[in-house]
Design a protein around this ligand. Structure first.
Ligand code: C2O
Length: 537
């Protein structure tokens, strides 16, 4: 293992998409940003220098950060933001992980353009548990707004209404055919050689849409999600939620030519989304660029069966070398109702004196002004409380008629877990405002998705159907529209760990909470002191 040094300069750069130009916040002037490469067991030092007018912080999404909570990155959770003109070195070691993850800004809506891939190779001399592909490519799916994203969300917060949706999706930074502008040059091209196999590391870095991904005429073999190996299976479509990653192998086994690659939205609810499809081209070497492209039809916007089929096919590899260490017993059994809601807002004229909010167990999380991890470590009182409810305060028929009073309570609450406790969280969607799929992300841990169902979770019968043998292990999971998902993990990482919906609009509205794991000072079970350059608030 070795130490890898990276420098991330956060700078404004002009980009032209959809026939118009605007300055965007980038890392090193790139969109998507640079790929961070490491091997399992490597130590990574990323010096982030802020050259823009916004406060920034960077999160290494899915990196476990064992005992390095100070390097996790969510602003006001594990660190104060890096202020304009300041810098911070994120210092962490990749432990027990290999595969594809992503890094992204974790403040305001900056991750719209401040994101990139994290590629963790196996230890030197260790092979993949599948035939070695001839080539590897990173495929970052994203979103593009014609307007400034910070203005979009600020306007929405003022009005109380939902923000505007993006204007296009992107594949490696380009919308493709949809744009029809010379500036977009027809989109991203993936060049392949006949007969060769390609490992595509597909990342959804979009803010607000789950995306289907497919390639005309080609079968995808899924081998890994969220940097954990799965039992390989073949499919023509994968579904990737914001924050999720999926590695697929595709073989250039068709007749030479050009094949359309598409990334299209999945939304099986009535919520407004950007329903544009991004396209790219799989281009066999030697094919004239003037030759026609073989098209593919994207799944329908509300293709729930396609989504379910993919999701239900995911299983941990659970081999001798990569066993699925599913907690068989549970010390803390939690039930979290995740939902949207409506709160009064006298100044919100556009929304008739109300505003859309979101909550977990009826708590709308209020961002503190001092990072929770600092407040915890230095015993700063009054920043957060430890009374986050482990169960809904007033149960109701979650997927039936919602109760008359939809008002949530504001709070900065954490749930305390003893070090090494085994935890089960059932995440239940509701019909308040609208049932909707919420991709929930947990920082600091991987979890096992042991169960999933539609309607209300039944604590008597549903646990009997849990898969405790080879459930998929990941860091971000979709709670199905009008349904629930059950996850299990071991709280073996001291720190303050954010859990939130990875649809950025829902995070903004308060669909977030945090776990606090710490058994006191001086052992593996507790936090190390912060680095000396930790930003101050
Ligand atoms: Cu990828 Cu808290 O986020």
């Amino acid at each position: 293992c070795r130490v890898r040094h990276y420098k991330f300069d956060v700078v404004l750069k002009n980009f032209t998409r959809l026939c118009s130009s605007k300055p965007i916040v980038t890392v090193n002037g790139k969109f998507p940003g640079p790929t961070l490469y490491a091997r399992e067991d490597d130590t990574v030092l990323v010096r982030v220098v802020n050259h823009v007018k916004y406060n920034v912080s960077i999160h290494w999404h899915g990196v476990r950060q064992l005992r390095t909570g100070w390097a996790d990155g969510p602003a006001y959770i594990t660190q104060c933001p890096i202020q304009p003109g300041q810098s911070y070195v994120y210092n962490f070691t990749i432990t027990g992980q290999r595969g594809t993850l992503l890094w992204h800004a974790h403040i305001l809506w900056l991750r719209a353009t401040v994101h990139g891939a994290v590629v963790i190779l196996p230890k030197r001399g260790v092979l993949y548990p599948f035939p070695k592909p001839h080539h590897e490519n990173v495929v970052v799916l994203g979103e593009w707004w014609k307007s400034d994203t910070e203005a979009v969300i600020n306007e929405a917060l003022k009005s109380g209404m939902a923000p505007n949706v993006s204007d296009a999706h992107t594949i490696n930074g380009h919308p493709g055919a949809v744009a029809n502008c010379s500036s977009d040059q027809g989109g991203f091209t993936l060049s392949v050689e006949p007969g060769k196999s390609y490992l595509l590391r597909v990342i959804n870095a979009a803010l607000n849409e789950e995306l289907f991904f497919k390639i005309a005429g080609h079968t995808l073999t899924v081998v890994e999600v969220d940097a954990t190996y799965v039992k390989p299976f073949k499919t023509d479509t994968i579904l990737v939620a914001p924050g999720q990653t999926t590695n697929v192998i595709v073989t250039a086994d068709q007749s030479a030519g050009k094949y359309m690659v598409s990334a299209s939205t999945f939304m099986d609810s009535t919520i407004a989304v950007d329903n544009t499809s991004a396209t790219a081209t799989l281009h066999y070497s030697g094919t004239l660029s003037s030759s026609p492209t073989t098209f593919t039809t994207a799944p329908a916007l509300n293709a729930t069966p396609v989504a379910n089929k993919f999701t239900n096919s995911l299983r941990s590899l659970n081999s001798e070398k990569y066993p699925a260490q599913v907690p068989q017993t549970v010390d803390h059994s939690l039930f979290f109702v995740v939902s949207l809601g409506i709160n009064p807002c006298p100044t919100c004229k556009a929304a008739n004196g109300s505003r859309v909010v979101a909550s977990v167990n009826n708590v709308t999380f209020v961002m503190p002004t001092v990072a929770l991890l600092q407040a915890h470590f230095f015993n700063i009182n009054g920043v957060f409380t430890t009374d986050f409810p482990g169960n809904p305060p007033s149960p109701f028929n979650y997927t039936g008629t919602p109760p008359a009073n939809l008002q949530t309570k504001n709070g900065t609450k954490v749930y305390r877990l003893p070090y090494n406790a085994t935890v089960q969280v059932v995440l239940q969607d509701t019909g308040i405002v609208a049932p909707e799929n919420h991709p929930i992300h947990l920082h600091g841990f991987n979890f096992f998705a042991v169960g999933r169902g539609l309607g209300n979770f039944d604590p008597k019968t549903d646990p009997k159907k849990f898969n405790l043998v080879d459930p998929v292990e990941r860091n971000t999971i979709g709670v199905p529209t009008g349904g629930w998902v059950a996850i299990r993990f071991r709280a073996d990482n001291p720190g303050v760990w954010f859990m939130h919906c990875h649809l950025e609009v829902h995070t903004t509205w308060g669909l977030k909470m945090a776990f606090l794991v710490d058994n006191g000072k001086g052992t593996n079970e507790s936090l190390l002191p912060p680095p000396s350059d930790l930003p101050k608030c």
